[in-house]
Design a binder for this molecule. Structure first.
Ligand SMILES: Nc1ncnc2c1ncn2[C@@H]1O[C@H](COP(=O)(O)OP(=O)(O)OP(=O)(O)O)[C@@H](O)[C@H]1O
Length: 611
């Protein structure tokens, strides 16, 4: 076939609702699973979207060699034949951004998922679903949003300036900003109800609607990046105190099967101090994802009792989409996260799991017959992971307030938490190792702890955080924060070493002061580190409660050491019944924590002194 126009061109869509210009039509030369090869598409650029076959299945050009274009197709390629039409759209994969994003559930390419409620005939839950080849608009074109302008005619505006707001949900004000590439004088303003496509402002007579499009693989520009010197408070004691995450930083959660990765991601989605949550579900099994899609809409926002979905966007790979779609989902999620960051919000992006994404890269690379590197992953695995994690950050956004007041700096952040599921829990595999180099916090989940039902099963000897946010906690929460943190870390380490001795030689081999260390270590683990996501009062712990709890444990340890020095038998000390009261600290109200700590600390100290 030599002509550049395929006879089946008439079958192909001529325009796309997502704004992709219809382009040149070529034909399929080869089909190999999710990777196909097309010819007759001169001018196609790397990562341009093409539509494949009579159904117009979406795909991305991932290799171009002379006149052959290799395409990873985001849908099942069953039924495609050599000679089928392939249409170049001329644009890369774009995310649609605007009011209506919050609460939405979209697939890896941003298309809204139809959730078919109920179960199939054989009782299995139905999988989320996008009709094959469908190209629906990502954002509702009919819904009207009440646009409240922040500018008046005559105002000079630049990209990123605030044009107005929409009360998208009770939880969040959607800020409509001047799009990239537009600057000038506001010539008209249209307050009131508008669809995302209707112009709400004219800049130099150019209509500016609320809808934006952005190529998902391209980081959105910012004015400046800021140092990562303040935490994203997660509400989990073991994380906030021992292995904190910086706002704008990144953390990875590697863990074997069933150690609590998904649970941790969901707990963070619910309780972390983020304004917006973007949850990217890269599940392998269809029903694994269905569970997330069923559970998430039921989660209640602890801040206001409203559905958590009011400040959440879910990006999920449907079970009828092949691995290639997972690749895209990470970028789609990140673009949505950056869009809200640019509005001046703190966004948490949860990716569960990045291993499935890495596996998608591996599968496509194998189909491309690339020379494999470690464990069959492509040599560019590290750079792809870096490209993703490096889009996290705390930034000064483009533009100012743009309102009637003087422009002020708008700050926002994207914090990434990526779950990693290494096969067999082996952390030496490439995805864990490469992610470890990129992420500032490493929260290693431990199979043994999970088996003991110690949750969150974060191993305190293998985990670490490179973020230096102690100064913030010292200044904002309690001046003794860092000192108590160092004490707890050192004591847990000492306890670990003593546990080894006990296993080898028995408890008798320990000196009395070492038995006190063991007892305090046990209290630290059971009272402080363990935190059940199912306990309404303890699922989230404010930093001031965490530090108050730690202070009591420190005082008790000192009181035990002092009593030992005063000649009290160590056996009586470590079994003092009042120590049992410490578990009650989990139920404290954060506002009363300081008072409660004073009372409880006194009571236990007095009991120990009276022995
Ligand atoms: N913080 C927690 N509080 C209470 N229970 C927890 C916690 N974390 C995990 N669990 C328990 O562990 C179980 C398994 O957790 P989860 O499904 O998150 O593991 P996972 O590592 O994502 O599993 P998989 O490898 O199958 O993806 C949960 O159903 C829950 O019972």
């Amino acid at each position: 076939m030599t002509s550049t126009q395929h006879p089946a061109a008439a079958l192909t869509p001529t325009s796309s609702t997502s704004g992709e210009p219809a382009g040149r039509t070529g034909w399929l030369e080869r089909v190999a699973g999710p990777v196909v090869t097309a010819a007759g598409l001169p001018g196609v650029r790397l990562f341009d979207v093409v539509r494949v076959g009579a159904e117009g299945l979406p795909g991305e050009a991932i290799r171009i060699e002379r006149d052959l274009v290799t395409v990873q197709v985001f849908e099942d390629t069953t039924g495609l034949r050599v000679g089928d039409p392939v249409v170049a759209t001329g644009t890369p994969l774009l995310a649609e951004l605007g009011p209506g994003l919050l609460g939405s559930i979209v697939d890896g390419t941003g298309r809204p998922l139809e959730l078919l409620a109920g179960t199939t005939a054989d009782g299995a839950p139905r999988h989320p679903f996008v009709p094959r080849g469908a190209d629906p608009p990502h954002l509702d074109r009919t819904r009207r949003w009440d646009f409240r302008p922040a500018v008046r005619p005559g105002r000079q505006v630049e990209p990123g300036d605030l044009l107005g707001t929409v009360a998208e949900t009770a939880a969040l004000e959607h800020r409509v900003l001047v799009p990239h590439g537009i600057s000038g004088t506001v010539t008209a303003v249209h307050p009131g109800p508008a669809t995302v496509e209707e112009p709400v402002v004219l800049v130099d007579d150019r209509p500016v609607p609320m809808l934006r499009r952005w190529p998902v693989r391209e980081p959105r520009p910012v004015r400046a990046r800021l140092p990562l010197d303040r935490p994203l408070v997660t509400g989990q004691r073991v994380l906030d105190v021992l292995f904190p995450l910086a706002a704008g930083g990144s953390a990875i959660i590697p863990g074997g099967f069933g150690t609590g990765k998904t649970m941790t991601e969901q707990t963070l989605a619910k309780h972390a101090a983020a304004d917006v949550v973007v949850y990217v579900g890269c599940g392998e099994r269809g029903n694994e994802l269905t569970e997330v899609l069923q559970e998430f809409p039921e989660l209640v926002d602890p801040r206001n009792g409203a559905p958590l979905m009011e400040r959440t966007v879910l990006v999920a790979n449907t079970s009828n989409m092949p691995v290639a779609a997972r690749e895209a989902s990470i970028y789609t999620g990140m673009t949505v996260a950056e869009y809200f960051r640019d509005q001046g919000y703190d966004v948490a992006l949860m990716a569960d799991s990045t291993s499935r994404w890495g596996e998608a890269l591996r599968e496509v690379s194998t189909r491309l017959e690339e020379i494999p590197a470690e464990d069959g992953y492509p040599a560019y695995l590290a750079s792809r992971l870096a490209g993703f994690y490096e889009r996290s950050g705390r930034v000064v956004c483009l533009g100012g307030s743009g309102g009637t007041t003087a422009p002020s700096e708008r700050l926002g952040s994207v914090t990434v938490v990526g779950a990693v599921s290494p096969a067999g829990g082996d952390f030496s595999e490439p995805i864990t190792q490469n992610s470890l180099r990129l992420a500032g916090s490493f929260w290693a989940l431990d199979t043994t702890l999970a088996r003991q039902r110690h949750y969150p099963a974060v191993n305190w000897t293998r985990s670490f955080s490179q973020y230096d946010v102690a100064a913030w906690f010292d200044a904002e929460v309690a001046p003794d924060w860092s000192a108590l943190r160092s004490w707890a870390l050192a004591l847990l380490q000492q306890e670990g070493a003593l546990q080894d001795v006990v296993q080898l030689l028995g408890m008798e081999a320990l000196a009395p002061e070492q038995r006190v260390v063991l007892r305090t270590g046990q209290l630290l683990r059971q009272v402080f580190l363990q935190q059940s996501s199912f306990d309404d009062r303890d699922a989230s712990c404010a930093p001031r409660k965490s530090v108050a709890m730690l202070r009591v444990l420190h005082e008790v340890h000192q009181a035990m050491t002092a009593a030992l020095g005063g000649g009290v038998d160590v056996g009586r000390l470590v079994t003092c019944p009042e120590l049992g009261l410490l578990a009650g600290m989990k139920q404290w109200d954060a506002d009363d924590a300081d008072t409660e700590a004073g009372v409880l600390g006194d009571r236990v100290r007095r009991a120990l002194a009276a022995l």
